[in-house]
Design a protein around this ligand. Structure first.
Ligand code: NAG
Ligand code: NAG
Ligand code: NAG
Ligand code: NAG
Ligand code: NAG
Ligand code: NAG
Ligand code: NAG
Length: 402
């Protein structure tokens, strides 16, 4: 790259010697504000910038507009204020981990990073991103003291992970699509998530939230998991299908109403279990095709899927309450072996007054999903399928042997 601006004087920054506005480094380490000031003459830092563990309370890296590599700040318990008025672009990862006293992060011009990876920033309570970060492929914000994510204004990302931010009570984003994974869990107990513009998403894991809203969501390419939330109503008014993964609702203690009026296709399995306040499950009137298995365990007294036409896997419905009427309807479409029309291809089971109905949430955890660090891709989508299909196969075999 040819620098367009030639500085009149030498810019000397420790090991970096620069004669132009582009300063080439492999990694330059900033130990003090003097080092940071030494970079101020560089328009572009070609390389990475590492902030050392002992810097004092304040570092201002104003000057450079671009760092082509990473910006790294690790294991620093001294820094309280970190700022740049000019930095717009980080070509690599903006990594900050174990920076326990940092409370002020002021990057007025930042708009673009490749990845943002922040973990254990226990004192960080506000972001001052005046321009707003509008481009990033991967975002992890974990274990901060942030109560809002103001200034993170992305419309398209690959992955986004927001977890263990215990003060975070509101997250509203204009995100339109997400091509790998969204994971929101273990944040503030009153976290409300609003995604008004989201139209498609590959995978999502939403846990421990009080509200989730995605009114424009049409397609989930793989799987959607809503486990251990506090919302009482769940609605996805425009969701039509998951292309290849599961939908699950497990252990949502207050959940009374699941409404997905346009959902026609679940490309994986459907698991709804141990949502003990969910008495009526009739908000999926258009659901026609389920490519995996269906497992519904709860305190229901009414379950109906009036459009259900094709279930490739097993169908297992059990309630602590009396659901005889619902069972009568489902039995009509059970497999031929079970005396039905065969719309359900796998093993059919429907039982009322099962005191243990809520204690079986196994299919998501049985294969190591659950609390393990999932990679919810097609594989996560398959877990319910394979487990339940396998189970259906075994149960079928067991029945055949009787
Ligand atoms: C976190 O940073 C502190 C210095 O502030 C250091 O003493 C500690 O070992 C670091 N912790 C980890 C897990 O690296
Ligand atoms: C997900 O599905 C949407 C809508 O069908 C499509 O536009 C998008 O390309 C798909 N994304 C991936 C990662 O397959
Ligand atoms: C999000 O949707 C609102 C209307 O609901 C619209 O005003 C806004 O421009 C959209 N934002 C993006 C980034 O698409
Ligand atoms: C939060 O959700 C996780 C599942 O992601 C669950 O294991 C945990 O018990 C939940 N915590 C609370 C306090 O609900
Ligand atoms: C839901 O889908 C309908 C029809 O496709 C569309 O007109 C409407 O704007 C969508 N609603 C939202 C909130 O995106
Ligand atoms: C469930 O929620 C949907 C959408 O919000 C609403 O139309 C429906 O009336 C609710 N059903 C019950 C039983 O509250
Ligand atoms: C079911 O949910 C209740 C809380 O509503 C909880 O106490 C119980 O442990 C859960 N059971 C299973 C098997 O997850």
């Amino acid at each position: 790259m040819i620098a367009r601006v030639i500085l009149p004087a030498l810019v000397a920054i420790g090991s970096v010697s620069a004669q132009s506005a582009t300063c080439t480094v492999v990694t330059t380490t900033i130990n003090s504000q003097a080092d940071a000031t030494g970079l101020a003459g560089c328009k572009t830092v070609r390389g990475s910038v590492l902030i050392a563990p002992q810097t004092g309370a304040s570092i201002d890296i104003s000057g450079p507009g671009t760092i082509t590599g990473d910006l790294i700040l690790l294991n620093n318990g001294e820094i309280q204020s970190f700022r740049s008025d000019d930095l717009t672009t980080i070509g690599g990862t903006w990594e900050m981990k174990n920076v326990t006293a940092l409370s002020t992060l002021s990057f007025a011009s930042i708009t673009k990073v490749k990845a943002l990876d922040w973990q254990t920033l226990n004192a960080l309570d506000t972001l001052s991103f005046t321009s707003g970060l509008t481009q990033a492929e991967e975002v992890t914000i974990s274990d901060t003291f942030l109560s809002a994510l103001t200034g993170i204004d992305l419309t398209s990302v690959k992955t986004m992970r927001i977890d263990n931010n215990r003060r975070l009570t509101s997250f509203t984003t204009q995100l339109r699509d997400l091509s790998d994974e969204l994971r929101i869990q273990a944040n503030g107990q009153r976290l409300e998530v609003n995604m008004p513009n989201l139209t498609w998403i590959a995978n999502m894991i939403i846990a421990n939230v009080t509200k989730f809203s995605a009114p424009s969501l049409v397609t989930v390419n793989n799987s959607a998991k809503f486990d251990f939330n506090y919302f009482s109503d769940f609605s996805a008014p425009n969701l039509t299908r998951t292309q290849s993964g599961d939908i699950s609702f497990v252990g949502n203690v207050n959940l009374k109403n699941i409404s997905m009026p346009r959902l026609t296709t679940v490309g994986g399995g459907l698991l709804i279990a141990n949502n003990t306040a969910l008495i009526e499950l009739n908000g999926l009137p258009a659901l026609k095709t389920i490519s995996g298995a269906v497992k519904l365990r709860g305190s229901f007294d009414d379950v109906s899927f009036p459009a259900l036409n094709d279930v490739k896997g097993a169908f297992d419905l059990s309630s602590t309450g009396d659901i005889e009427k619902s069972c009568t309807e489902f039995k009509k479409i059970a497999s031929a072996k079970d005396g039905g029309s065969g719309k359900i291809q796998g093993t059919y089971s429907c039982t009322s007054n099962n005191a243990n109905a809520n204690s079986d949430t196994s299919s998501t955890t049985g294969t190591g999903g659950g609390t393990s660090k999932p990679k919810p891709d097609a594989a996560a989508g398959l877990s319910l399928n394979t487990v339940l299909l396998g189970f259906a196969g075994l149960a079928g075999l067991a029945q055949a042997l009787l």
